[in-house]
Design a protein around this ligand. Structure first.
Ligand SMILES: C[S@@+](CC[C@H](N)C(=O)[O-])C[C@H]1O[C@@H](n2cnc3c(N)ncnc32)[C@H](O)[C@@H]1O
Length: 429
């Protein structure tokens, strides 16, 4: 018998994936980078422990490109670089240009002080493919070397390597595990810890809700790749897989899909988002971003869930910069590769686009607090919050009066100093 694999070159998806990058892949990682930069900055400035978890980490580098641009790296090296850059901007990277040899230690060597929990930024990387795992271990070390940071590499077992900064001013530790995501529990999160997880599988088989739900809740947030096209395609074929993905019986999934009004693919995504929110056990916020392929058909959605408004705001800034579309969060490889549209990746939102949306919502209303307007923009529109929009509304006489609770006007028209809660009167038309 002739083996197919001996006549055709069967690609190894897990490894070949890292040979080529795509616009949607780059945008997905750009948004991860933007979010992490804010997450690391905020948690570290609040003296919290920053815990970054990457459940489908990959090799860390695409096409072996060691680029300046952080978003060109794979998600695990984005996490490491963002963490290192945090200390650089804080001016704490003392020995940046003073490279020293890194130290390798075996499982039984006496470096007991090197423990993940001794570090304020802890990065957990899980990768199921052995070749990618080995590359990743090497690549994390290369990144530390490129920044000339002395580090210790400790092999806990054949399937687990830990890498610790040996520089007191760079508090970063990293554990790389050769495991299946679904078999490893997240670290316990104490009150002084904040976790953000990136879950980026190839399909939907390895992300059962029973496991993914461990990554949402108080002090945790998740940025997950929901493979909408696959799920939709296999919905009626792979009953068991779909049940595991949603964490409920098929009949329950079906009945919960009914109330949704849009198409089936969007419905599934919306339901998945709702289920994740329900698992948070407390009030939770969600955002989603649609990715389209080279044929302009929907491929997957990036879903973000957080129980903290700040988390939502920060991811919204990232998605707002990542979108090509003025009315929803979406990006299409077709528009970029075939139609020549540029990826902008900036918060280019214009005040004059946001102003009519705010006006439509609040026209004829009196005494609307800025907080109310801000909440509306953050939770009910695709825009990010900028006070400049209020100035635009004042200049165009859509806001006719601005008063403090004590009945005073701001000193200058079109300004809204933070020290006072201002109340706005909107025109009728
Ligand atoms: C889409 S790629 C990840 C890309 C990566 N997040 C990035 O941004 O560069 C999926 C990775 O998950 C790995 N993988 C597949 N099944 C896995 C499992 N059950 N657990 C952990 N990793 C798995 C694959 O080997 C592959 O490297």
């Amino acid at each position: 018998m002739v083996l197919w694999s001996s006549i055709i070159n069967v690609p190894d998806l897990a490894v070949d994936f890292f040979e080529n990058d795509t616009p949607h892949g780059y945008a997905k990682r750009f948004m991860w980078m933007r979010h992490l930069q804010a997450f690391v900055g905020k948690t570290q400035s609040c003296q919290l422990n920053t815990i970054i978890y990457d459940g489908f980490a990959g090799a860390g580098v695409y096409s072996n490109a060691w680029d300046e641009d952080i978003a060109k790296y794979g998600s695990p090296l984005i996490a490491i670089r963002v963490s290192i850059e945090h200390f650089i901007t804080k001016g704490k990277l003392i020995n940046r240009f003073n490279a020293r040899a890194s130290i390798e230690v075996g499982p039984n060597d006496g470096v007991a002080d090197y423990r993940m929990t001794n570090y304020s930024i802890r990065v957990y990387l899980v990768e199921g493919n052995i070749s990618n795992f080995n590359k990743l271990v090497k690549n994390v070390g290369i990144i530390f070397d490129l920044y000339a940071i002395k580090f210790i590499r400790k092999k806990r077992s054949t399937d687990c390597v830990e890498i610790f900064s040996a520089d007191d001013s760079i508090s970063i530790s990293c554990r790389v595990s050769h495991e299946k995501f679904e078999n490893v529990d997240p670290p316990h999160i104490f009150s002084s810890d904040r976790l953000v997880a990136f879950i980026d599988p190839f399909g939907y088989k390895h992300i059962p809700m029973s496991h993914v739900s461990k990554f949402v809740g108080l002090r945790k947030e998740i940025y997950i790749n929901y493979m909408s096209q696959f799920v939709n395609r296999f919905f009626n074929v792979d009953e068991e897989g779909v049940q595991k993905l949603f964490g409920m019986a098929k009949a329950d999934i079906e009945s919960r899909l009914l109330p949704y009004t849009s198409d089936r693919l969007d419905n599934g995504m919306a339901l998945y988002k709702d289920i994740l929110k329900e698992h948070c056990g407390t009030e939770a916020f969600a955002l989603s971003f649609e990715m389209r392929n080279i044929y302009n058909t929907r491929l997957y959605h990036m879903i973000f869930i957080s129980c903290h408004e700040k988390g939502l705001e920060v991811m919204k800034e990232a998605m707002n910069a990542g979108t090509q579309n003025p009315t929803c969060f979406a990006l299409s490889d077709f528009l970029i590769s075939k139609k020549g549209q540029k990826m902008n990746l900036r918060n280019g939102q214009k005040d004059e686009d946001v102003a009519p949306v705010i006006f439509e919502r609040f026209k004829s209303n009196q005494s609307v607090s800025i907080k109310t307007v801000r909440n509306f923009v953050i939770h009910d529109t695709i825009f990010v919050w900028r006070k400049g929009t209020l100035k635009n509304l004042c200049v165009n006489n859509k806001i006719t009066n601005v008063l403090s609770a004590a009945g005073q006007h701001p000193q200058r028209r079109g300004t809204f100093p933070d020290h006072t809660e201002w109340f706005l009167t909107f025109a009728a038309s």
